[in-house]
Ligand binder design. Structure first.
Ligand SMILES: Nc1ncnc2c1ncn2[C@@H]1O[C@H](COP(=O)(O)OP(=O)(O)O)[C@@H](O)[C@H]1O
Ligand SMILES: [Mg+2]
Length: 353
């Protein structure tokens, strides 16, 4: 009988929309980013009066709403009767489209041009520019630091008449390495997205709660703790993750509310999650991880030398690949430095989960 009761209780979910805690979810508002959004709006305003827009370098640490704010801008413009047919809105993630050729293919795709086979980069730019130049254009190149070449920026600055180009990255120093020729062409404005304070994180999470859960079911001290943890890790995404976990834990216990205890469990789970993942690493990656923990802050090339000295056998290429995997799994964090040539600094996590 008890079991049956439990099943019944499980039926009433605390979640109204679990997807609202997903990283990809785009909320209606991006709080604490109003001034940046206003600034970006002033940079595109000339386009609406048929003039050239301004170009902007957007930077700030990971997870501070850069992508969210720009996607939000696109969405607003797309939905506006006044602007939608005046503007070509193009978002490119340079992690996936990291060469000039891949970028131009993406532009073709964005404007609906399909006959790209057997055409070279130059031909394709000619074709897309003719299409795009019928309107004004906003280009957003997100994660621009991942682009292997930046010729497309120079080309766009030449062939597109009325445009705003936004370059987005976690690395402020990236701009120092940008080709002078391109920099002087683009005359980049700069806008910074700073790290959120703990209060701001709490505000953002509070707003997500109203999307994700049935009304008012998160205790204030539970939210407080989760916001505090997120601030400690300097990552709102960890806050979103813990909020969802706390929701699952509360449901498992058939609780109608998410309490401090559930939040604490969620934090413990985060720790277990990472330990479990380490178990799943292959032996080579585990020993590399150990070397990183003992030698945090080295350039990747120097780290490889240390690895070789300890008897490591894999090639530098494979080593780089394993490092990238460790980064993806958030076991370590990579920092790109652009001044004086591209280098990658390999850091252990600031705080181990
Ligand atoms: N001000 C905000 N309001 C609501 N959600 C936010 C805000 N800032 C960040 N987020 C959320 O945090 C996550 C990371 O934000 P994102 O824009 O991808 O960061 P960035 O591009 O700066 O690395 C996303 O899920 C995003 O929706
Ligand atoms: Mg982003």
């Amino acid at each position: 009988m008890g079991m049956y009761d439990d099943l019944l209780k499980h039926d009433e979910s605390l979640f109204k929309n679990e997807y609202a805690l997903d990283y990809a979810f785009l909320p209606k508002r991006i709080p604490y980013r109003e001034s940046q959004q206003k600034f970006l709006a002033t940079c595109i305003r000339p386009l609406l009066a048929d003039h050239n827009g301004r170009n902007v370098f957007v930077h700030g640490p990971p997870g501070v709403g850069k992508t969210a704010a720009l996607r939000h801008l696109i969405k607003e413009l797309e939905e506006s009767d006044q602007f939608a047919d005046k503007l070509e809105l193009i978002y490119v993630n340079c992690w996936h489209k990291n060469t000039t050729y891949k970028v131009v293919l993406e532009l073709c795709d964005a404007v609906g041009y399909a006959f790209t086979q057997n055409k070279n980069t130059e031909d394709l730019f000619k074709i897309v520019s003719q299409i795009i130049n019928k309107k004004s254009a906003i280009f957003i190149f997100d994660e621009i630091d991942k682009a292997e070449d930046t010729d497309f920026l120079y080309i766009l600055s030449e062939v597109i008449y009325k445009k705003s180009i936004f370059l987005v990255t976690n690395y402020k120093s990236w701009i120092l390495e940008l080709d002078d020729r391109i920099r002087s062409r683009l005359l980049l404005e700069q806008v910074e997205f700073p790290q959120y304070t703990e209060d701001e994180m709490r505000g953002i999470l509070q707003e997500r709660i109203s999307y994700a859960f049935t009304e008012d079911c998160v205790d204030a001290d539970a939210l407080q703790l989760i916001a505090h943890k997120a601030a400690e890790f300097k990552d709102i995404r960890i806050g979103l993750f813990m909020l969802r976990e706390a929701g699952f834990i509360a449901e498992e216990k058939a609780s109608r509310r998410i309490t401090l205890m559930h939040a604490q469990r969620a934090i413990e789970k985060l720790a277990q999650f990472s330990i479990k993942n380490t178990d799943e690493l292959d032996d080579e990656s585990k020993s590399i991880l150990k070397i990183i923990r003992d030698n945090s802050g080295l350039k990747i090339g120097d780290l490889y030398k240390v690895y070789e000295k300890t008897g490591g056998k894999i090639s530098y290429k494979t080593f780089q690949r394993k490092i990238a995997k460790l980064d993806e799994g958030r076991f370590i964090s990579l920092e790109r430095q652009f001044a004086g040539g591209n280098t990658t600094i390999v850091n252990k996590k600031l705080t181990e989960y």
